[in-house]
Design a protein around this ligand. Structure first.
Ligand code: PXP
Length: 261
């Protein structure tokens, strides 16, 4: 099982299926089913499934987490549960004991997870959560900006993993702010190196698309990317399987020994 969860040297792809639930919830009812999307994602080359149970349940529901836990356990694949640092979410995570838990900041009024967790300011609040989740056997990841202070603080909590927020880099690329994109990418590279030097496993995610995936995938310390919104959007045009297969191929190309990304 451990081998399956972490193939050596290969960049893993976690597919976030939240926005399948967003479409379902637009009409109520059961369709489209995020669990079916998870099955298709795994068949198409996803290494694991990521789902964010938000406090307001705007997309993924508690029942989805029940079903996803069963599916991933049956398939011996990792579920990465994204959640806010609250007692309610902690109880849910301790009930399911997913392979991984990614702690994220959450504001009710935001459209998506806009920034990273403030681990420097919230250290005393976050550290006991990390401890409880570690004890339960989940691999804890903190979603943070690539800021040296945040990385060092994340390390002090006892978390095994940091997920670096790639949103600012991806937005800058999409909006043609080239200089800013370079600065953000340099910060991600430096942050990944710093985190890895501390012994943290490095993940990255938010806002990644076909254009931005390769420079991020080429950062050697990054072990996993978590990608959602763009893949679900592409699924409308080409289908979920082909969208994931293309993303997977771009990631693998960026990691190939002769890659230039
Ligand atoms: N990683 C984390 C921690 C997130 O909160 C999200 C968004 O839910 C993602 C990755 C995926 O971002 P996107 O949907 O923009 O690909």
């Amino acid at each position: 099982m451990a081998e399956r969860l972490r193939p050596p040297g290969r960049l893993r792809l976690g597919v976030n299926i939240d926005h399948v639930a967003t479409v379902r919830n637009a009409r109520g009812g059961q369709y489209p089913d995020p669990v079916r999307a998870a099955e298709e994602a795994l068949a198409a080359g996803a290494d694991g499934i990521t789902a964010h149970l938000r406090e307001d349940r705007r997309h993924i529901s508690d029942a989805d987490i029940d079903s996803l836990s069963d599916l991933l356990r049956d398939q011996s694949r990792p579920l990465n549960l994204e959640m806010a640092v609250t007692q309610e979410m902690l109880a849910i995570a301790l009930h399911h004991r997913p392979h991984a838990v990614c702690l994220v900041p959450e504001k009710r009024e935001e459209r998506t997870t806009e920034g990273g967790l403030d681990v420097v300011g919230g250290h005393n609040w976050i550290t006991p959560f990390v401890g409880r989740l570690n004890e339960a056997g989940s691999r804890v990841s903190l979603f943070i900006g690539a800021d040296p202070g945040q990385i060092d603080a994340a390390h002090r909590t006892g978390a095994a993993v940091v997920e670096l927020h790639t949103g600012a880099y991806c937005d800058a690329v999409r909006e043609g702010r080239d200089q800013e994109a370079e600065t953000e990418l340099a910060a991600l590279r430096a942050g990944a190196a710093r985190a890895a030097a501390l012994g943290l496993e490095v993940h990255a995610g938010h806002g990644i698309d076909y254009e931005t995936v390769q420079p991020i995938a080429a950062i050697p310390q990054v072990a996993e990317l978590n990608i959602g919104h763009f893949l679900i959007g592409e699924a409308i045009f080409v289908g979920l399987g082909p969208a994931i297969a293309r993303m997977r191929a771009l990631m693998d190309d960026a990691r190939a020994p002769d890659a230039t990304a």
